[in-house]
Design a protein around this ligand. Structure first.
Ligand SMILES: [Cu+2]
Length: 455
């Protein structure tokens, strides 16, 4: 009896010891987190170990990889640790860091710590401050973090090709002591643009201005993960850009303040309210705001940037009457549809029904709770809820009754004169908005012949 009791006691103590041990280890590996960890949507954070001298040790391998821009499109990218952007490095001001960089690319490289105060020989400019890291070599970078803020790491060897193919990542340094207000959520989004010829998989790094794929953390909507927060929380979003274009990033439903750049914190007296922040190549910008409930669009405000692959050297036909053309062309191209007369929205509908070139994305994509969302590319959703039973998947925003814009039904309106017709099957008509039973496309409205309603 006594023996059994001691056995059980021993078991409990041992279990306690080991769980305590792993607890301490877990805390240590997270650096006794004095900060809210940054979340890199669609990305990850780099784990580290500690050397005997107290330095935090990080390991990066620069290599070629397959990267999914969104379901249906995989590119041949150049990556850190098999991903673009590379894993986010997180540390604390005052930390000594030791970063081993192994080159598995077919050519030499170097890693630059963008915006960070490092000894000149650690600055990572191939040829200027160090020898290039040759294929299969490992270099060691070592320095003490003298600042806090949002910084970046990126290739500084054959920059046009290597950065153009994806070699970039965040380096986030948290302040030693809390500065400003406490943050509840901290997100990091890398802005980038690519040119991938439809039907191919390797981005063309020689392109100077004419890009066709625009990404948040190298993902295009609908492949972008939403940002999640609770109502009233203070949210920080960090943006980084080492691309070719500037991106004015716009957030719906909120007013935010730009609180820091990669040059440092902006004094509170110098911050002003904004809804759009321009992030130029070589810049980072941190914004903060108090979250309001809803599903809010967060996107680049250049009109082509929340779009996927589009050719724009074809004539547009907005407002051009194409009656008769369709029949004539159909004799040559069966199934041809004259489109674009009323705008590009019907292209969005078609995307789901017609097959485009291999390995590219329809111009717009993704469904919302009210229909297709006419955007792609640099577009994601900030999902704010009073409660978050499933923090990973809050679903669509349950709008309070009477707060959604909708067709007027309380009085006789123009909508009574509407008939809804399938653009693909003109014989399918309905007096209500809906889908075509033959092809599933959304029916298009047309005004009925007047005499029906004349007295
Ligand atoms: Cu943009």
């Amino acid at each position: 009896m006594n023996k059994k009791f001691f056995k059980i006691l021993f078991f409990i103590l041992t279990a306690q010891f080991f769980s305590l041990g792993s607890f301490v280890f877990a805390e240590e590996s997270k650096g006794n987190l004095s900060y809210i960890p940054v979340v890199t949507p669609n990305g990850s954070t780099l784990s580290w170990t500690r050397d005997e001298d107290g330095a935090k040790v990080f390991r990066l391998t620069v290599e070629t990889c397959k990267h999914e821009i969104a379901p249906g499109m995989i590119i041949n990218a150049w990556c850190y640790n098999d991903q673009t952007p590379g894993p986010t490095i997180e540390a604390v001001e005052g930390d000594k860091v030791r970063i081993y960089v192994t080159n598995k690319l077919p050519e030499q490289t170097a890693v630059h710590w963008h915006g960070m105060f490092v000894p000149n020989g650690m600055d990572g400019v191939s040829g200027l401050t160090q020898k290039g890291i040759q294929p299969d070599q490992t270099f060691k970078y070592e320095f003490t973090l003298k600042q806090h803020g949002t910084f970046m790491y990126h290739s500084h060897g054959d920059e046009m090709v290597q950065i153009g193919l994806g070699t970039m990542g965040f380096f986030i340094i948290h302040p030693k002591n809390l500065i400003g207000s406490k943050i509840d959520r901290d997100y990091a989004i890398f802005l980038n643009e690519w040119f991938v010829e439809p039907g191919t998989a390797t981005p063309n790094p020689n392109i100077m201005t004419d890009f066709n794929i625009f990404t948040f953390n190298s993902r295009a909507f609908p492949g972008t993960e939403p940002l999640v927060a609770k109502t009233g929380e203070r949210v920080r979003i960090r943006f980084g850009n080492v691309g070719q274009e500037s991106h004015p990033i716009h957030l719906h439903g909120h007013s935010f303040k730009v609180v820091a750049t990669d040059g440092g914190d902006i004094p509170e007296t110098a911050q002003w309210p904004e809804t759009t922040v321009a992030v130029f190549p070589g810049q980072t910008r941190d914004i903060e705001f108090i979250a309001n409930a809803g599903d809010w669009a967060l996107h680049c405000h250049r009109r082509h940037h929340p779009m996927n692959a589009m050719g724009h050297n074809i004539a547009h036909v907005i407002g051009v009457n194409q009656d008769g053309i369709e029949q004539k062309v159909r004799k040559l191209v069966p199934g041809y549809m004259a489109m674009g007369e009323t705008g590009m929205d019907e292209m969005n509908e078609m995307a789901g029904h017609m097959k485009g070139p291999e390995n590219t994305l329809p111009m717009m994509g993704g469904d919302g709770p009210f229909g297709p969302v006419g955007m792609g590319g640099m577009f994601t959703i900030l999902k704010v809820r009073d409660t978050l039973p499933d923090p990973k998947n809050p679903g669509w925003y349950p709008n309070p009754p009477g707060t959604v814009a909708d067709v007027v039904t309380t009085e006789k309106t123009w909508s009574d004169n509407m008939v809804y017709i399938c653009p693909m099957h003109p014989e399918v008509t309905s007096d209500k908005l809906g889908k075509c039973p033959k092809c599933g496309m959304t029916l298009k409205s047309e005004v009925k012949e007047k005499e029906e309603h004349q007295h």
